[in-house]
Design a protein around this ligand. Structure first.
Ligand SMILES: Cc1cc2nc3c(=O)[nH]c(=O)nc-3n(C[C@H](O)[C@H](O)[C@H](O)COP(=O)(O)OP(=O)(O)OC[C@H]3O[C@@H](n4cnc5c(N)ncnc54)[C@H](O)[C@@H]3O)c2cc1C
Length: 570
């Protein structure tokens, strides 16, 4: 068999894997990254790119006072019985250092999330801003010929293939019909994008997670770190209980990779492992629809390989994954697209109801909690789903799901059946398959509340987070509006996920632990291959990428300094 050797073998090229690789390389290790997919970046490249990193220096520079103990209290409250003090301390001690390290030694640069609150700023230790940061946009042309090797965003997260930054871009696109400045901005973005597609075959103004992955990839390439695409790791090399490398397939060849300091599992969890998700996604037991937004290669390979060498998996959280509401949309090529309902739920005049026509939660809460409530509301039913409802004025103002606001037409979505409509609430209910009487009653209640700006059932708009995703210009409550202008519309949503939370049990140094809770020498796990530190909750924007990159940084340092090997020998 062909063979090669390195100090550190990283399996997976998402944010966790590439941060580990960059750090280990910086501190002197010879690193090889192997990636199963033909392109680099994994889920990270299609993500929003937010990082939840308490204690980061961008916040400090912006004058935010946020003692780190407050973040500890907040995590403890969120994680409950799953609070792992040692790992949480490692995260909090290193999150800020990771951001500074990348800023100084890589192409990875961030912007401060001005006024971006935690998802529960009202919980103990919650913050009004400071903990969430966002990657700076990146000019993809800097990757040169390697631009083609960067994984792309999902088409449904883009506008005509163009990534939209969640800050200024989105504001201008929503205001394009009301402000000349926004209209000019949008026209310029569309023209520039068209030119880029003609010249480079894709957009080059990269934003969000695509910019993050591109910045990490650029750094890896600049540093000359070895990087193999279409190269899945298929087996760990186990010498008397010590992991010494892995078997990797590449170009039809089987290659033995010896890793002197250690092997790092960074293969992005198990969202596409049909067997494990069936066992661990509790709502799937009834055979319900579920749509993961992660790439197809994340089939839980690392978890299976690690189990084969006696590793333990924590599958005890209340939620096995970070849930998001998703609608399914037919693409032109016949495949099915998946739309992430991130901000439309929070807009005034949009509500969510079950098939029974009843609201079931505060629509302005974060996506994870929203889906938890949806699953609970459908308990005992085969069909776990709900409907987003709004009127004509609202859909033209904000859009709904994949339906874009005015001036883009509604009819393609009505024709495909993605969007249901009715001239009255009753007619809409019948067309969408919702209980008409209850829906009429629900809408009457919503309209009564809209007059006072107070949601008498779920208190929408109670926190700064909820109001942020609403419409600040909408008074008295940015999250509550009437549903009164015919025709009326509905889009069906089902549960989906953006990341798995269950994963390998690791310690504060990212070492994978065996069933007796002892480190397996030479084996490390970061990102979604490691169990989440939040115990199945979602504390704020960036709750998977923040820990993924922080533990990648910790792991890379330890391994470069030979600590993986030294400990392995203990
Ligand atoms: C639409 C969307 C928006 C999101 N927004 C955010 C956000 O703003 N903030 C946030 O914190 N999280 C967000 N997430 C979640 C976040 O993207 C993921 O949790 C994160 O990217 C996981 O990083 P990772 O490095 O662990 O895995 P990934 O980025 O998925 O990388 C894992 C890589 O490993 C590869 N791999 C798998 N098996 C093998 C194998 N056998 N051998 C070699 N390689 C292998 C995969 O092909 C993949 O490229 C979002 C996700 C989605 C889908």
């Amino acid at each position: 068999m062909e063979a090669t050797a390195c100090d550190v073998l990283v399996i997976g090229s998402g944010a966790a894997g590439l941060t580990t690789a960059i750090t280990a390389h910086h501190f002197g290790a010879d690193v090889l990254v192997v990636e199963k997919a033909p392109a680099f970046g994994g889920t990270t490249a299609r993500s929003g790119g937010w990082l939840w990193v308490p204690g980061n220096s961008l916040a400090t520079r912006a004058g935010v006072h946020d003692p780190i103990d407050n973040a500890r209290t907040y995590i403890q409250h969120a994680a409950g019985n799953h609070f792992d003090e040692a790992r949480v301390n490692a995260f909090l001690d290193n999150a800020g250092a990771m951001v500074d390290f990348l800023d100084a030694h890589s192409e990875v640069k961030f912007n401060f999330g001005q006024n971006y609150p935690d998802y529960h700023p009202d919980h103990p230790g919650g913050a009004e801003q400071g903990r969430s940061i966002h990657p700076q946009p990146f000019d993809g042309r800097q990757l040169g010929k390697h631009l083609a090797a960067l994984a792309q965003q999902m088409p449904e997260s883009t506008f005509m293939g163009m990534g939209l930054n969640s800050g200024p871009d989105l504001k201008h696109f929503l205001n394009a019909t009301k402000s000349l400045k926004s209209a000019l901005f949008v026209a310029w973005r569309i023209l520039a994008h068209g030119r880029d597609v003609m010249v480079h075959g894709r957009g080059v103004r990269l934003v969000n997670g695509n910019a993050l992955a591109a910045r990490l990839l650029k750094t890896v390439l600049d540093r000359g770190i070895s990087l193999w695409a279409s190269a899945p790791a298929v087996e760990l090399l186990n010498e008397n209980g010590r992991i010494t490398g892995a078997i990797v397939e590449k170009d039809g060849r089987t290659i033995r990779v010896d890793a002197r300091h250690g092997v790092v599992l960074a293969a992005g969890g198990f969202p596409h492992d049909a067997e494990r998700t069936r066992r661990q996604f509790r709502h799937l037991h009834a055979g319900t629809a579920h749509a993961t937004l992660t790439p197809e290669g994340n089939t839980g390979d690392a978890l299976r390989m690690a189990e084969g060498v006696n590793a333990t998996i924590d599958d005890s959280f209340s939620n096995a994954a970070a849930w998001v509401p998703v609608s399914l949309i037919a693409r032109k090529d016949g495949s099915t697209g998946r739309f992430f309902h991130l901000i439309d739920r929070a807009k005034p005049g949009v509500i969510a109801v079950t098939r029974e026509g009843r609201r079931f939660t505060n629509e302005s809460e974060n996506y994870h909690d929203f889906v938890c409530a949806m699953i609970e509301a459908c308990a005992g039913q085969n069909d776990v789903s709900a409907f987003m409802i709004c009127d004509h004025r609202t859909i033209r103002r904000y859009g709904l799901g994949a339906v874009r606001p005015s001036p883009l037409p509604l009819f393609p979505h009505l024709r495909s059946g993605y969007l249901k409509s009715g001239r009255s609430i009753r007619e809409l209910a019948v067309s969408a398959g919702i209980d008409p009487e209850h829906l009429e009653r629900t809408v009457e209640e919503v309209n009564r509340d809209a007059a006072t700006g107070r949601d008498s059932t779920f208190n929408r708009g109670a926190t700064s987070y909820q109001r942020l995703l609403g419409d600040e210009s909408f008074l008295p409550n940015p999250c509550i509006g009437e549903i009164s202008v015919a025709p009326f519309y509905a889009v069906k949503i089902i549960p989906g996920d953006i990341a798995t939370y269950h994963g390998l049990v690791t310690d504060a140094q990212t070492r994978v632990l065996d069933v007796g809770r002892k480190p397996i020498p030479g084996l490390f796990a970061v990102g979604n291959d490691a169990a989440s530190i939040f115990g199945g909750s979602y504390p704020g924007a960036g709750a998977t990428l923040g820990p993924a990159m922080t533990f990648g940084y910790i792991c890379g340092r330890n391994l470069a300094e030979g600590r993986g090997a030294a400990r392995a020998a203990e």
